[in-house]
Ligand binder design. Structure first.
Ligand code: NAD
Length: 485
């Protein structure tokens, strides 16, 4: 039996409080055992958090920026000091491997580091003599209360795509993390409190759609950052915008790797394998479709299938594990149903993850590879969010790019090539917002914005980088003339 954690609580204006509604149990996907519980917030709970944030904003916005970033420097140290314990907690409630959890926490800390640069990055511009006798100055100012709604697949990193930038720029913040793995974000908010943010600057509400809708409709919320599936991203985008808020909503994905005739196959196989099966395929930047040019297809498929068959599937806490379980039993079954779909669509089942060696309990499905998948198969068009890789055979590079661009999603794509000319064409012609060349997973560092296009992103300003600063601030322009009498 696993040790059960105390139920996850809301953080409202410096107090820990229980959400009003009954919620759900939190499970370890590797063992299918309950490890804790999370209650769900109602509209009044959300209102309490927003009200606390509004109150805190009044003095926080007046706090000098140099003082506002000091708690972020401390948060970075606290997260670094605690990364092993945090990684273990994350694995227990999410299922990914320890190495993946540590990597995720590192990517989250990177955002804290970038936000520490806000005294510089928040500066806008000044021009003397912009017109006769006139100086003009643009000033970026915080707006008030921002909310972020985040998904289950990166419970440490994704809240940190938003929290550091929102508060460093002088706003107050309310986080609504996924109800499936609430403990990691709760611990991060606890560390933020320890780092010294004044009460009410960082708030936390647990819950489901009720809490999300309450945030999107609350008159005192200025803007909403969202990450999750496309239907919910669209819903949040429309609801928050209809209520007068700025919104950045990152949705689902179905990404491609292109393997060209000139590719270094060893690099391509390793890059594709890591991208398709890391986090058990539960990544918005995973590349679950490999579009392979005919002349190298057979060799690529054979090598990839061999590597996929050899992957060790198990509990993420075991250091030998290369791939963990899926998040819930229902999700595992939904993903496994796609194996039948692939067979019905006439694809060749090269590696059947249902036959992989796995622990007896837990929501496991091994790496699955289909070859010669028709492009109208659901394996190519739909987001499965699990360890199923579809190989598509194409006659040439042009057809490969066209196949990438047929997708309704546009989160990411990667090309494996040794040709500069192909890389240049790919950069110019492929639609997705994050493009990798000889990189399996095109994940931008925190000082670049996180791209996303088509049905993978709704809004204008993305997460991370300069976009984050602009999303969380409004620019006022001062036009001044001082006649010399
Ligand atoms: P999800 O859409 O089910 O949930 C995301 C958040 O929305 C959660 O906090 C959840 O409580 C809330 N929510 C769920 N249903 C809602 C509803 N009807 N109304 C209002 N709020 C609701 O997503 P998930 O399963 O947690 O995460 C996986 C999805 O997230 C995948 O589609 C994945 O591609 C996507 N994702 C995208 C990115 C990106 O950068 N584009 C990054 C990570 C994950």
């Amino acid at each position: 039996m696993e040790r059960e954690l105390q139920a996850a609580r809301n953080r409202v204006g410096g107090e820990w409080v229980d959400p009003s509604r009954d919620g759900q149990s939190v499970e370890n996907p590797a063992t299918a055992e309950a490890i804790g519980r999370v209650g769900f917030s109602d509209e009044a709970d959300v209102d309490d958090a927003v009200t606390a944030a509004v109150e805190a904003f009044e003095s926080w916005r007046e706090t000098p920026v140099e003082d506002r970033v000091q708690p972020l420097f401390r948060l970075k140290s606290l997260l670094e000091d605690e990364q092993d314990e945090l990684a273990e907690l994350l694995v227990r409630e999410h299922g990914k491997t320890l190495a993946e959890a540590r990597g995720e926490i590192r990517r989250g800390i990177e955002n804290v580091e970038v936000a520490c640069g806000v005294p510089t990055t928040m500066q806008a511009g000044h021009l003397a003599n912009a017109a006769p006798g006139i100086d003009e100055t643009a000033v970026r100012e915080p707006l008030g209360v921002f909310a972020a709604v985040t998904p289950f697949n990166f419970p440490a990193m994704i809240p940190l795509w938003f929290l550091p930038y929102a508060v460093a720029t002088g706003n107050a913040f309310v986080l609504k993390p996924s109800e499936r793995d609430p403990y990691t974000p709760t611990r991060i908010v606890e560390l933020a409190a320890e780092a010294g943010f004044p009460d009410g600057v960082v708030n936390l509400v647990h819950g489901d759609a009720t809490a999300v809708d309450a945030l999107c409709e609350h008159p005192d919320v200025e803007g909403v950052s969202f990450v999750g599936s496309t239907p919910v991203a669209k819903h949040v985008y429309e609801t928050a915008a209809a209520n007068g808020k700025r919104v950045q909503a990152q949705g689902g994905a179905k990404n491609h790797v292109v393997v060209s005739a000139t590719a270094d196959l060893e690099t391509a196989v390793e890059g594709t394998l890591g991208s398709a099966f890391a986090n058990s395929g539960q990544r918005c930047l995973a590349n679950p479709v490999a579009v392979v040019v005919d002349s190298v297809y057979d060799e690529f498929a054979a090598r990839l299938a061999d590597r996929a068959r050899s992957m060790v599937v198990g509990d993420g806490l075991d250091e030998a594990t290369e791939m963990g379980p899926l998040t819930t039993a229902a999700h595992r079954d939904r993903v496994a149903d796609y194996v039948e779909t692939g067979v019905e669509d006439g694809a060749e089942l090269l590696v059947d993850g249902r036959e992989a060696e796995t622990p007896a309990t837990g929501h496991y499905l091994g790496p699955t590879v289909f070859g010669d998948v028709p492009t109208d198969s659901a394996l190519v068009g739909e987001e499965i969010f699990g360890p199923i890789l579809a190989l598509v055979r194409v006659p040439d590079f042009e057809t490969a790019i066209a196949t990438v661009n047929e997708s309704r999603y546009g989160n990411a794509a990667s090309l494996f090539t040794t040709s500069g000319a192909e890389a240049k064409r790919f950069r110019h012609e492929a639609d997705p917002g994050n493009l990798g060349v000889n990189v399996g997973t095109a994940a931008p560092m925190a000082f670049f914005h996180f791209g996303g296009a088509k049905e993978s992103f709704f809004g204008d300003l993305h997460a991370q980088g300069d976009d984050a600063i602009r999303f969380y601030t409004d620019e006022t322009v001062y036009i001044e003339r001082w006649p010399d009498r």
